[in-house]
Design a protein around this ligand. Structure first.
Ligand SMILES: [Cu+2]
Length: 200
């Protein structure tokens, strides 16, 4: 569920190499896409990748607080961007403010609401992959997460339709009839091949 295998294969071998340097955490398709930290649970962290030619992304997630006291998302660390700016007040989205997570409730970061702006991407982010980030909560502390990189126009985490539009547009724009060429590779289980390569 986290990342479709065929998407990885479609990106080509050179990018697969990145998987082993922390760009992409190993697929956790069988597990839920969520992270516990103290009494908090971060569910489906994801981001809208920068559009072509742009360098800014936006980060979203569900944050559940099962504790009895409020907590706050006060910082986000992400190596692949210059800055992460938290816009946590739904009434003052233009300001930099923490995301408050009241006790026994869920705070949703989503398009049109509270979000974290990631600015100044240092390198290209591959849609369909994952991005390692650290969320820092005032009380619960830090948690490392693997955010799903969704298409720039995705409406929710793992937006398959947006992903499909993105893939189609980019197969056509960048490398011609890649779909046909890539088809055999989809059956080739390149992921495992890479592991054997890795052993050399
Ligand atoms: Cu998810």
């Amino acid at each position: 569920m986290m990342v479709k295998r065929r998407d990885l294969l479609a990106t080509g071998g050179s990018l697969l190499a990145g998987a082993f340097f922390g760009v992409f955490a190993p697929a956790r398709s069988a597990k839920a896409h969520e992270y516990d930290v103290g009494k908090l649970k971060v569910e489906h962290p994801w981001l809208r990748a920068p559009a072509d030619g742009e360098k800014n992304a936006t980060f979203y997630a569900f944050i559940h607080n099962n504790g009895d006291t409020p907590d706050k998302l006060v910082a986000v660390k992400v190596e692949k961007f210059d800055k992460a700016i938290i816009h946590g007040d739904p009434k003052k989205l233009e300001l930099e403010t923490p995301v408050v997570v009241p006790p026994k409730s869920t705070t949703t970061l989503a398009p049109g609401g509270v979000y974290v702006a990631l600015t100044g991407a240092k390198k290209h982010l591959e849609v369909g992959w994952g991005l390692e980030m650290t969320l820092v909560f005032e009380k619960a502390g830090e948690v490392v997460i693997d955010a799903a990189i969704d298409a720039p126009d995705a409406m929710h985490a793992h937006d398959a339709e947006a992903m499909e539009r993105w893939e189609k547009a980019h197969n056509m724009d960048t490398s011609g009839p890649k779909e046909e060429a890539g088809h055999d590779a989809h059956h080739g289980h390149g992921h495992h091949d890479h592991h054997s390569e890795d052993a050399h």
